[in-house]
Design a protein around this ligand. Structure first.
Ligand SMILES: Nc1nc2c(ncn2[C@@H]2O[C@H](COP(=O)(O)OP(=O)(O)O)[C@@H](O)[C@H]2O)c(=O)[nH]1
Ligand SMILES: [Mg+2]
Length: 297
């Protein structure tokens, strides 16, 4: 069997999380038009007859981080080369920018070479003729194992990409049971769904000041009864709480309805989603709390 870790790198917003979800055929990672939606490293596991592919999605850099985007990307590129079996560099269908150049420079400098597959995503946004010169430019910059144009959003090129990944993975025995799709607990995935809705519906610092925790998950023995899920949206200040709730609770109601529908689709069961908003001052500096979020505790 072909088995291994596939690190996905690339600047924010190129569609890394969308690609992971599309390859998994499961909504695992939070996706939004705002940069830095992903907060933690997420792995997605694809197992079929002849391979187990473990996708590692790089989170975006956190605001207020000590790193600049540039430094952060270089660090990620270095880690990917050191820890993964195959690296996917995801880019948009346009000429390389300074971040792409810096990542490739890091790859060139690296002593341990892994196959790097260049994934040109969002090809649904450009004319076919525009792709060739971009592929040409990239291929002159680095010795890529392969270059694969895809649209993660439309699902184009994904089967080819999976075959190409398999081709470059080493032989081995699976790390995870065949039916596992992630190392994260269900509570974490549910919290991410709610958090993604917040990224979609609120502006400025609100999404970045928000954390979501699933506090209770109760299934009834009667499959016709809804699953009870109590989740808390944590914010840093009372003013943010008021914004999250919105006038007459309209804003939070919309988040709740949309998240509930997605959770019902995943569980295949009716869900009663009980959403609360609480102020937790300076939670972003509380490492224990952040660790709990990451583990879905
Ligand atoms: N048109 C188009 N948009 C895409 C595609 N893949 C991702 N996007 C959009 O790009 C934005 C950022 O995607 P996301 O997966 O969060 O990027 P990440 O920051 O690299 O993880 C979202 O609005 C996605 O819907 C694609 O193939 N085509
Ligand atoms: Mg992401």
């Amino acid at each position: 069997m072909k088995v291994g870790f596939v690190a996905i790198v690339g600047r924010p917003n190129v569609g890394k999380s969308t690609l992971v979800n599309a390859l998994l055929k499961f909504k695992l990672a939070a996706v939004s038009p705002k940069p830095q939606t992903s907060r933690f490293k997420i792995i997605g596991i694809i197992t079929d007859e002849d391979a187990q592919i473990v996708l590692v999605d790089t989170p975006g850099i956190l605001q207020k981080s000590k790193y600049t985007l540039h430094d952060y990307m270089l660090k990620e590129a270095k880690t990917a080369m050191a820890e993964a079996d195959v690296v996917l560099l995801v880019v948009e269908p346009k000429p390389p920018g300074d971040i792409e150049e810096a990542i490739l420079e890091e790859f060139r400098r690296s002593k341990e070479k892994r196959p790097v597959i260049l994934v040109i995503n969002k090809i649904d946004t450009v004319h076919k003729n525009a792709l060739l010169p971009i592929m040409q430019t990239y291929s002159e910059m680095y010795d890529f194992a392969e270059i694969v144009p895809v649209s993660a959003l439309k699902g184009d090129g994904l089967d080819i990409l999976l075959d190409v990944i398999k081709k470059h993975l080493p032989e081995g025995t699976p790390f995870y049971p065949g039916d596992e799709i992630t190392d994260k607990p269900l509570r974490f995935i549910i919290a991410e769904i709610i958090r993604e809705r917040i990224f979609v519906h609120y502006r400025e610092e609100i999404p970045y000041s928000t954390a979501v925790k699933v506090e209770e998950f109760r299934e009834s023995d009667d499959p016709n009864k809804p699953v009870y899920i109590r989740a808390t949206i944590y914010v840093e200040r009372p003013s943010q709480k008021a914004i999250i709730i919105g006038r007459r609770g309209r804003a939070i109601k919309r988040v709740g309805i949309e998240a509930r529908k997605q959770i019902e689709a995943i569980l295949g069961r009716k869900v009663y989603l009980d959403l609360w908003v609480k102020v937790k001052k300076k939670w972003r500096e509380n490492l224990r709390f952040i660790r709990e979020l990451e583990l879905g505790l």
